[in-house]
Design a binder for this molecule. Structure first.
Ligand SMILES: C[S@@+](CC[C@H](N)C(=O)[O-])C[C@H]1O[C@@H](n2cnc3c(N)ncnc32)[C@H](O)[C@@H]1O
Length: 301
């Protein structure tokens, strides 16, 4: 399994109505205490290398968490650079500060700053490079985040990010794979409304997970181009594996779990029964998509 798997990046995260508002869930997220630690270190090193990190530079790591990239970046900035680790989770930053104190790099201070990626608390053009790993995936307004990176980088500065791309691997939902023939004539629009409501519910119940699967590499590239970066390079890695488990289940099983019938009845009253009756005895087989996709993006200001 790749470190870019959706289940990797969202595993252990709290779902529920708190969503991103519960910033402190990140305090417990420590990628190096993880079965994929070696893989995560290799991602860290690629992100730093892609940024072209050089001695003496001023480096910003956005969404630094417990310090995976920022702590390592100090070695690249030595003997006389500066590294800033910014995150919105105070708890994660406490761990980052502690680690920084335990592993000082002479000549390279690490400033740990609580802040928001969409409103970076820095003046224009102050950094030579900026990095981020698995952060933009949780930021809804990616163009705004890219604009902030552009603003704080000096002309010629580089932004280097890694994001898992989960959209292609997310299993389809049963109501998305029903072909039109399954629906009674005239019900396609109702079915679409119900499907939209089911998607919206999923989003409300687990906003982070919804965000993590709602974008792909094209959205990242567009965001950095729109922000004004003069050159954007994307390295996209897609590992496809044949489906390991393809399930066929009665539609009724899904109907019960999803609340489809209840939404149908609230939308069209008694007419819903004709729609629901059409599903009796029907089975759907959900296609599984690819296994893992990952994007490394470098942008030059
Ligand atoms: C999956 S963790 C990755 C942490 C770190 N980059 C690493 O590689 O270990 C995502 C981090 O992004 C931070 N984050 C998410 N959205 C943010 C935002 N809008 N502004 C600042 N930090 C954010 C979270 O607090 C969390 O620490």
């Amino acid at each position: 399994m790749g470190a870019g798997d959706a289940m990797d990046e969202t595993r252990g995260m709290q779902s529920g109505p708190t969503g991103l508002a519960n910033r402190e869930k990140w305090a417990a997220f420590d990628p190096l205490v993880d079965e994929h630690a070696d893989l995560i270190r290799s991602i860290r090193d690629r992100v730093i290398d892609n940024a072209g990190a050089a001695p003496g530079e001023r480096m910003l790591d956005v969404g630094a968490g417990t310090g995976l990239i920022a702590l390592e970046a100090r070695r690249h900035a030595a003997p006389a650079g500066v590294v800033v680790a910014l995150d919105m989770s105070e708890g994660a930053l406490r761990t980052c500060r502690k680690r920084a104190a335990e592993t000082r790099v002479p000549g390279v201070p690490l400033h740990v700053v609580a802040g928001e990626a969409l409103r970076l608390p820095f003046r224009d053009s102050v950094f030579d490079m900026a990095t981020g790993r698995s952060v933009l995936m949780y930021v809804e307004d990616k163009p705004a985040a890219a604009r902030e990176l552009y603003r704080v980088l000096r002309p010629g500065g580089r932004a280097s990010v890694y994001e898992p791309i989960n959209r292609h691997m997310t299993p389809a939902r049963w109501y998305e794979v029903l072909d039109g023939a399954a629906l009674p004539p005239g019900y396609a629009e109702v079915h679409e409304q119900i499907a939209a409501e089911l998607r919206a519910r999923r989003h409300r119940e687990s906003p982070d997970r919804a965000l993590a699967i709602a974008f792909d590499e094209r959205d990242l590239v567009r965001a950095f181009i729109a922000a004004g970066f003069s050159e954007v390079k994307l390295t996209y890695e897609y590992v496809y594996t044949e489906a390991q488990r393809v399930e066929t289940k009665p539609v009724e099983w899904y109907l019960q779990r999803a609340g489809y019938a209840e939404i149908a009845r609230s939308l069209i009253g008694d007419d819903a029964e004709a729609l629901l009756a059409r599903f009796a005895g029907m089975e759907v087989t959900l296609p599984q998509r690819g296994k893992s996709a990952e994007a490394y993006l470098v942008a030059w200001r």
